[in-house]
Design a protein around this ligand. Structure first.
Ligand code: SF4
Length: 317
């Protein structure tokens, strides 16, 4: 019921959002694809935080995971290959009130979009970026990606990939002004949800690499990790990913890791014997570009015209 305030004003009732308020079109990923779990985690976080759907924007590039905006009942921008980050930065610069989630794949982010990736990290604008890393180009049906392991057979390398894979975590931890780096796996919903929640709460660019199953083209890449959780190392800390009874039960190997220590984060990222999951690095004191782009956003049209005229008058002769 709407309460009547005056003859012309309505007092709208408080809104409560359910999961359905964030659920867009029926997701058309292959059965068993890891993207489903990420979508569910994001929708759950939106509901927990009671984010008004009209204040949320999902932004993506091109790839299987980049269909993400279609499956959110929010605003969305399905952009060009490798370009989700400049689009997201542009949106944030004009509409700092919006909550931005970026979905990008290993080909989208680490290959054609690598230049934008470096600079978006340096800009450190307040948004959550999810790297869906399935180690293959899935949408275009099985080509070697920058993160495909050596020996990975694909249409472009039928005898196996030649080069060592790019490590997104180690790369990230070398970029100027990086402020949040986490790693999760799609097949552990408790871990995935907990890390994405931390990234979303972070003031600045919260970057999470998600090891993502692609049963159609690269199912074998993460098979061992799925079967043997002892190959994962859970990094916990009160200032990073806090330990919970569920996480304690799910991970046989865990370690206290202070995410404010960049040197230790780099050491953790380089550990390929036990794959680190959790929050590797977090520094909320790093400068955010939002503080620069927000400047003058509330200026009235009259004041803008006065400024332009004053500037033009400088050239009057
Ligand atoms: Fe998912 Fe792979 Fe299918 Fe793409 S090709 S939808 S990544 S399982």
């Amino acid at each position: 019921m709407f309460g009547l305030k005056t003859d012309w004003e309505l007092d709208p009732p408080p809104r409560y959002f359910t999961l359905e308020d964030y659920e867009g079109g029926v997701a058309r990923w292959c059965p068993g694809c890891g993207d489903f779990g990420v979508l569910t985690a994001v929708q759950r976080i939106c509901r927990e935080q009671q984010l008004p759907p009209e204040k949320v924007v999902a932004v993506s590039g091109i790839g299987c995971s980049s269909r993400f905006p279609h499956y959110m009942k929010t605003y969305g921008f399905h952009g060009l290959h490798g370009r989700p980050l400049p689009v997201a930065c542009g949106i944030k610069s004009r509409r700092p009130d919006l909550d931005i989630w970026v979905a990008t794949g290993d080909g989208d982010c680490c290959s054609i979009g690598a230049g934008h990736w470096i600079h978006a990290i340096r800009y450190n604008m307040d948004m959550t970026v999810m790297l869906f890393d399935n180690a293959v180009y899935g949408l275009t049906k099985n080509q070697t990606s920058p993160t495909s392991p050596v020996g990975f057979k694909s249409n472009t390398h039928p005898r196996g990939a030649w080069l060592p894979p790019l490590d997104p975590l180690q790369a990230m931890l070398g970029f100027t002004n990086v402020s949040f780096v986490g790693q999760a796996v799609d097949w552990n919903p408790i871990l995935l949800h907990a890390i994405l929640r931390q990234a979303h709460a972070h003031k600045g660019l919260g970057f999470v690499r998600i090891l993502q199953r692609c049963p159609t083209y690269s199912g074998h890449v993460f098979q061992d990790l799925q079967k043997s959780p002892d190959q994962l190392l859970l990094l916990t800390h009160d200032d990073g990913l806090p330990m919970t009874p569920e996480l304690d039960r799910l991970f046989p190997n865990k370690e206290q890791h202070d995410p404010s220590d960049l040197g230790k984060a780099r050491i953790a990222a380089a550990n390929h014997e036990r794959i680190p999951v959790g929050v590797l690095f977090r520094d909320p004191s790093r400068p955010i570009y939002d503080d620069f782009t927000n400047y003058g956003l509330g200026t009235s049209v009259e004041d803008k015209l006065d400024s332009i005229n004053a500037e033009l008058d400088r050239f009057a002769i």
